[in-house]
Design a protein around this ligand. Structure first.
Ligand SMILES: Cc1ncc(COP(=O)(O)O)c(C=O)c1O
Length: 395
């Protein structure tokens, strides 16, 4: 069977205007990194998010933003961080790498994200931080989570890698917590040529160390120099943060990617709205098929980065559905986000002790449909009819 609808490795196709912006930056950017396009992207992103300018930092991908957020947590031995087990591995390992012990919180079976209740269940007196992942593009209940965090003095990091533009009560995902990270990877609704990311840091004192943290500890001398090349062209240092020294990195995003990122911010709301409208169309058209349970959200709280469903008839039916869709219909669905405690790596680091029955049950019965923005109407309708045919044949 030929593939008729593939799960694409890229989410969006660029417009001619976006391509022109890239070409312009290729021609004119000097330097090609750390210049005016980076500054412009960060400022425009902060404005889009409704947060302070100077609090957003473009990074070479979402992981480098996560790595720096983990450094800024300044974990001490024995500190713990709460994470959903149902997420992409990059949400978690940067925090373990910086010394935090991971506690796995379960997801809500309907929304597939963690809640204030599921977080509270796993907290101990050693818990310092919680990473809230807005998985699939749906924003967790941030007002309730922030209330809990303030009460229990927890740092909150939002993993908004998948949820750009999605919001709760008119407030953007990634603007609630103490920090947030975004990804502009190839799969995302906004992608800067395949790799890219953004770190948001609310505390101005912590934000002040990020430029040096992101770029090798490079900084200016704090005294007047008659000769600009002495003692050296620039200094290397790392400002102390709360008495702690942080190790520097080199995590910048190049100028061409930044130019494109800034331009794509003009279109991200339209991309999200188009994906949401299509998701609702697909979900509603399957209203007579209770075998599939979608998370239907007709508001900007969901950007439908991904279109995921649960096979209510269980894992065996899910596998039969996946096989028939692929071999008989040529539609390549995928299964995503095995709970991290089930990966060999997390077993190796001793973090395989999750008690997250909702995450396990959802993963074992989930289906993620191809849902790149550029899917044609014909492909969408073909996939819809194929889904109906296969579900009927499995009855
Ligand atoms: C939930 C989540 N967190 C983190 C990341 C990491 O982002 P990146 O691939 O840009 O490093 C991704 C995606 O790739 C993701 O989906």
């Amino acid at each position: 069977m030929d593939i008729k609808v593939n799960f694409s490795g890229r989410a969006v196709k660029y417009t001619e205007e976006e391509i022109a912006v890239v070409v312009e930056a290729m021609r004119n950017a000097d330097p090609l990194t750390q210049g005016r396009y980076l500054q412009a992207f960060q400022d425009k992103f902060a404005d889009y998010q409704g947060v302070a300018r100077g609090a957003c930092f473009a990074t070479m991908n979402g992981v480098s933003a996560l790595e720096m957020s983990a450094q800024l947590c300044r974990f001490k031995p024995g500190d713990e961080v709460v994470l959903p087990s149902h997420t992409f591995t990059a949400s978690a390992y940067p925090y373990a790498k910086k010394g935090a012990r991971i506690l796995w919180a379960d997801v809500d079976p309907r929304t597939r994200v963690i809640t204030a209740e599921s977080i509270e269940k796993v907290l101990t007196p050693r818990t310092r931080a919680v990473v809230v992942v807005h998985l699939y593009g749906y924003v967790a209940d941030m007002p309730a989570i922030m209330e809990l965090a303030r009460k229990r003095e927890l740092l909150v990091i939002e993993d908004a890698a998948q949820s750009i533009g999605a919001e709760v009560d008119g407030k953007k995902s990634g603007s609630f917590g103490d920090m947030a990270i975004f990804s502009f990877h190839s799969h995302k609704n906004l992608t800067t040529l395949g790799e890219g990311g953004m770190l948001y840091v609310r505390d101005p004192e912590a934000a002040a160390v990020v430029p040096a943290l992101r770029h090798n500890g490079h900084c200016a001398y704090d005294f007047e120099r008659p000769d600009y090349w002495k003692p050296a062209m620039g200094n290397v240092d790392m400002p102390m943060l709360g008495g702690d020294m942080l190790w520097p990195n080199n995590y910048c995003l190049g100028e061409v990617e930044c130019a494109l990122g800034a331009k794509m911010l003009d279109r991200i709301d339209a991309i999200n709205a188009e994906k949401r409208a299509r998701a609702l169309l697909f979900i509603d058209a399957l209203g007579d098929f209770p075998e599939l349970e979608f998370h239907r959200v007709p508001t900007p709280r969901h950007n439908y980065h991904l279109l995921a469903a649960r096979m209510t008839a269980g894992p065996d039916k899910r596998d039969a559905f996946m096989r028939a869709m692929f071999h008989e219909k040529g539609v390549r669905c995928v299964v995503q986000y095995i709970p991290l405690d089930r990966y060999d790596f997390y077993k190796r680091i001793g973090r395989d002790d999750a008690h997250c029955p909702n995450a396990d049950a959802f993963f074992d019965s989930m289906i993620s449909f191809p849902f790149q923005h550029w899917l044609s109407d014909e492909e969408l309708h073909y996939m819809l009819n194929a889904t109906k045919d296969v579900l009927r044949s499995l009855r």
